[in-house]
Design a protein around this ligand. Structure first.
Ligand code: DGI
Ligand code: FE
Ligand code: FE
Length: 200
């Protein structure tokens, strides 16, 4: 483990409740494993996983104050659901407070909740790891999605976005246009011949 990772692990333990910290470690490990499998930088994946929810355990007021401090734009969807801001506020904190300068790592933190069209491999890894890490129990499809993530990262990304949108439609939550745009982008750009999983 690098010194940076060891230090950030301690930092995250301080700013998170126990459950969020366990989830964070799960995302860090799962991101590292997905990086091994899909030829991405393991250390960057672990780092992004470790920091992805660094702005989760604070009030919406604190998040909005940090948006002002770091001059971050708050969209209409984020005004209505300020918890969504934990992703972009997390990226700002990662850059300023936790001294991360890798743009791909910062993007992975920023895009981990809604995704975005044109995500890098690292961004996809953290997005998918956030959904499938071992502590998660929220979907009956997790056993399938966990396997899929190690066989076909893009297919897992699309299925997770679809499940998230389906779930949001059952609630009265406002859908962030970026979540829908990300799904539309990947679902429509997917090569036809790879749409069927052949390994399961
Ligand atoms: O922070 P975590 O709980 O680990 O995970 P996350 O950052 O992916 O947030 C998960 C929640 O975000 C989940 O309940 C679905 C919700 N979400 C994702 N996209 C949208 C959304 N919620 C709203 N209101 N709108 C979205 O577009
Ligand atoms: Fe999150
Ligand atoms: Fe998370």
């Amino acid at each position: 483990m690098t010194k940076q990772i060891a230090k950030l692990r301690k930092d995250m333990k301080k700013v998170m409740d126990k459950k969020r910290f366990e989830h964070t470690l799960g995302v860090a490990y799962t991101s590292a494993c997905l990086a091994m499998c899909h030829d991405e930088n393991i250390e960057k994946a672990e780092l992004a996983g470790l920091l992805h929810d660094c702005a989760k355990c604070m009030t919406n007021e604190e998040r909005l104050d940090l948006c002002k401090k770091y001059a971050l734009t708050v969209t209409e969807a984020e005004q209505k659901n300020p918890f969504l801001l934990h992703a972009k506020v997390g990226a700002a904190l990662a850059a300023s407070l936790y001294e991360v300068d890798d743009p791909d790592v910062l993007n992975a933190i920023r895009s981990h909740t809604t995704g975005r069209p044109g995500m890098s491999k690292l961004e996809k890894i953290v997005f998918v790891a956030d959904y499938i890490e071992p502590m998660r129990t929220h979907s009956a499809r997790l056993p399938y999605l966990r396997k899929l993530a190690f066989h076909d990262l893009d297919a897992a990304l699309i299925e997770i976005l679809k499940d998230t949108l389906d779930y949001l439609h059952t609630t009265d939550a406002q859908i962030d246009p970026q979540t829908q745009e990300t799904y539309d982008y990947y679902a429509s750009n997917r090569p036809k011949e790879r749409k069927e999983a052949s390994w399961n």
